[in-house]
Design a protein around this ligand. Structure first.
Ligand code: GLU
Length: 300
């Protein structure tokens, strides 16, 4: 059974550690950027929001480098993350967790799910998945669900070296958890929310030659780091519905969630990493100070 945050115990001492010595709840949060581009105002807002929350709760602020996608990650972007965040006035604990250094852990977690038959191999390409959904909306809604192929067909496709993804089977997850599946609840800034993992369908947790997806690695890492409060943009609000299911299946403690508004560009759209003008380095070169960035973001 996953433990709620309030029941968290220190694995070493076995003592509950949900409260600080002065009686407040412990508070551990993090900022988890991917070094695939320069940080922009949206990242600054996220990092500062989490950092300020930790400060005002007398808690801890961690930094995690989400660098699983080695095809897109660049060392220069990772260096820039440290530099830009320090310039913003943030301080974080060492050592910084780098996902690329923990691939073996994600593989072991995935293997556990494979052994429990909670994931299945899906050989459909992204396009085939989209086509399946479009052709049978009554069956799928707008997300994908499927199941493992018959053994012989799967063996033949593996033999042929076909690519596949490991998808979480919601059907199997429901069977494994029984009524507890329907009682999954998490807390966010709006109060208690009933988790509805079906909103995301059978999500890809790993690819054939790529151990872990964001979902699997992020849920695992938050638990390893003892994160009690996940603070991130509201673009990831839906993901929480899946993350709490993964926490339950993996018997990990469940953090609290806070999803903050997104910072939009002048065109009203979400900022993207390639929008050079909004990168923290461009703003810094333009003569802006960290205090000015805070006030631009309404963080005074
Ligand atoms: N690397 C993810 C991102 O940049 C972090 C998401 C999270 O905070 O869980 O969007």
């Amino acid at each position: 059974m996953a433990r709620a945050h309030a029941g968290r115990r220190n694995p070493a001492s076995g003592k509950p550690e949900s409260r600080l010595s002065d009686g407040r709840m412990s508070f551990v949060t993090r900022f988890a950027p991917s070094p695939t581009g320069y940080l922009h105002l949206g990242h600054a807002f996220s990092a500062l929001t989490a950092f300020d929350a930790a400060q005002s709760a007398g808690g801890r602020f961690l930094l995690r480098i989400e660098d699983i996608d080695q095809g897109r990650v660049r060392a220069q972007f990772e260096d820039a993350i440290f530099e830009d965040l320090a310039w913003l006035g943030l301080a974080w604990e060492a050592p910084v967790r780098r996902q690329s250094e923990h691939m073996g852990e994600y593989e072991a977690v995935l293997q556990g799910l494979i052994d429990r038959q909670l994931v299945y191999r899906c050989f459909r390409t992204r396009r085939e998945v989209a086509e399946a959904i479009a052709s049978a909306p009554h069956e799928y809604g707008d997300v994908f669900t499927g199941e493992a192929l018959a053994q012989e067909e799967e063996a033949a496709r593996l033999q042929a070296g076909e690519a596949f993804a490991w998808r979480l089977s919601l059907k199997k997850a429901r069977a494994a958890l029984g009524p507890a599946y329907f009682a999954l609840v998490f807390e966010d800034e709006t109060g208690p929310v009933r988790a509805e993992p079906e909103r995301l369908g059978d999500v890809v947790l790993a690819r054939k030659d790529f151990a872990a997806s964001y979902h699997l690695a992020s849920v695992w890492d938050d638990a390893q780091a003892g994160v009690t409060h996940v603070i991130r943009g509201e673009d990831l609000r839906e993901a929480a519905h899946l993350h709490v299911l993964l926490q339950r299946l993996l018997e990990l403690p469940q953090p609290m969630y806070r999803h903050h508004r997104l910072i939009l560009g002048e065109d009203g759209k979400r900022l993207a990493k390639r929008e050079a003008a909004a990168t923290l380095r461009a703003l810094r070169e333009d003569g802006k100070t960290a205090a000015e960035i805070r006030s631009m973001l309404g963080l005074g």
